[in-house]
Design a protein around this ligand. Sequence first.
Ligand code: SIN
Ligand code: CO
Length: 370
Amino acid sequence: MSNKLTINWDDFLTNYWQKKPVILRNAFSNFIDPISPEELAGLAMEEEIESRIVTNKNGKWDAKYGPFIDFSDLGEDHWSLLVQAVDHWHEQAATLVEPFKCIPQWQFEDLMISYATQGAGVGPHIDNYDVFIIQGKGRRRWQVGDRNPNYKQFSAHKALLHVEDYQPIIDEEITAGDILYIPIGFPHNGISIGESLSYSVGFRTQTSQDLLSGFADYIIDNLPNGIFYQDPGLKLPKDPYLIQPYEIEKLKSQMIDLINNPALFNDWFGKHITMPMHELNIIPVEPAYDLDEFEAILKAGAELYRVPSIRILKIGDTAYINGKKIPLPMTTINLLCETEVLCYKQIQDDVTLDVMLKFVNLGYWYFAEE
Ligand code: SIN
Ligand code: CO
């Protein structure tokens, strides 16, 4: 059974989204944890899954990265286990992000789950993303401060960036089914009261630095011939050592024209934004199916499942998945975005079959049983 979220999105977006933190009490009524601490520990034993254990025993902070093989000497309290991108690996846990799919999906990052013991937390810090922290089993006390660019941050441990003391604007306990929403930049600290589970649905935007450097790499790869500055109307200037304002404007236009070219910018952004932010459960088909074999499996009734949380997004009249363009018409693309399980009759035309064969061989969709 999946949990049902009740939230007034209009009110939330108007008053809180990227503006201020808020506690949404009982947003999931009768919340049921979709994963157990034991299952979470099992995921943290896997090589490809990012996990951390943070301890704060007697005021001393420590952090270790997984995979872990043993949890037995951690003691009863003051430690927590945090596992990133659980939506990529655990089907039931992934259902928790479903109610948040109305938020632009290009900004979605992952579902991070933490199991914490009495007194545990990761310490006071500031995140570079917006997060909905859903409280599961147990209770947590959250102290959230106001946004302020002058907070001093320091390393409490080489893997833990903490923030100096701040005045809380929220200081409350939350229990199962409550959500704490924290926009980017607000300092916060969550301390577990007894054993608890927290589910963080994270949204990450793009920095100007990432945009510029990513786009520059794309331009270098895709336009290998230099595009040279030209000024055939040049008049001798009074001061040849002075770069003239009109020349600065022309140089800026030279760059901005590339950004304003949709064939370049959209294609780059589609590829860039669908690249995975965390390892995916992708297993390429080995040896690859040929078309006849692929069609025969589908005709026999096998269904195709999309890899959980693989990034698939549309820009204008095209779409991208996992950094690759999907060369199909919009009606098919809409189907691929909206439907996580496909059957033969939905993709049986020759062009779609051919494209899907390529993506299935890459491992982006898979047959449940073979
Ligand atoms: C946690 O779940 O322990 C930490 C979440 C956070 O503060 O970002
Ligand atoms: Co945080």
